[in-house]
Write a protein that binds this ligand. Structure first.
Ligand SMILES: *Cc1c(COP(=O)(O)O)cnc(C)c1O
Length: 224
């Protein structure tokens, strides 16, 4: 690990290990604005957060050319707080949420990018769609009428395990769904898979966007 290094050194290392066509989302949840600013000064412009209130606070304080990605589960009634500025919402898993994002995007006369979260982990997770549900959503007439959202990607999280084969299989599963859907849905451009512990495996399985937190900013402390 590179946790003894500065944020800038960690970032430089990661830039070197990911191909040019893979986008890095710097996951800055729980970290202070000063840490984000250090990453910003090193050239990073895309940041990921998982709480709307925290992201909005950071958005207010930081330069306006940052692209903000909401990577956490989103409650419908909170979409309005980020609709004026959020670039991409990674964990969309219902028509109801898509409709609300569209409504708030219209109010702000903008378009918001949405990724569908796909269940790929063997462990039972509360959030995410199975393949059939994702396909239904993409093909639904109701979704086609939503003018101010764009479904631009799929997002998946592999199981939390040391079993490399299993992680690989899970990434391959979402990669094949992504490849299959891309043909009929040309707006689908991004496959968001891979975190600090598994991003190399994710890239080997077609990831085009990695979400990396602790390998840039160090371990998170949730105790305070
Ligand atoms: C926290 C988080 C990450 C980053 O995790 P690290 O292991 O710190 O890189 C990526 N994706 C999601 C959805 C997260 O919640």
């Amino acid at each position: 690990m590179h946790l003894m290094n500065s944020i800038e050194e960690n970032l430089r290392h990661i830039y070197k290990t990911i191909p040019e066509d893979v986008t890095l989302v710097a996951v800055s949840k729980t970290k202070p604005v000063s840490d984000l600013l250090e990453a910003y000064k090193a050239g990073q412009r895309i940041f990921g957060e998982n709480k709307i209130q925290e992201m909005t606070q950071k958005w207010e304080e930081l330069p306006k050319d940052i692209s903000w990605h909401m990577i956490g589960h989103v409650q419908t009634n909170k979409v309005k707080y980020m609709a004026s500025y959020v670039d991409t919402i990674h964990a969309v898993d219902s028509l109801k949420l898509l409709k609300e994002i569209n409504k708030q995007a219209i109010k702000n006369t903008r378009t918001i990018n949405c990724f569908l979260q796909i269940k790929i982990a063997e462990e039972e997770s509360k959030f995410g769609l199975n393949d059939a549900e994702a396909i239904d959503l993409l093909n639904s007439e109701e979704v086609k009428l939503l003018t101010n959202i764009k479904i631009t990607g799929l997002m998946g999280m592999a199981s939390f395990t040391n079993n490399t084969e299993q992680i690989k299989n899970e990434f391959k599963k979402i990669q094949s769904l992504f490849e299959k859907l891309k043909t009929d849905h040309p707006t689908l451009k991004t496959l968001s898979t891979g975190m600090s512990g598994d991003y190399i495996l994710a890239i080997e399985s077609g990831s085009t966007m990695v979400r990396i937190g602790s390998s840039i900013f160090g371990a998170r402390n949730y105790s305070h």
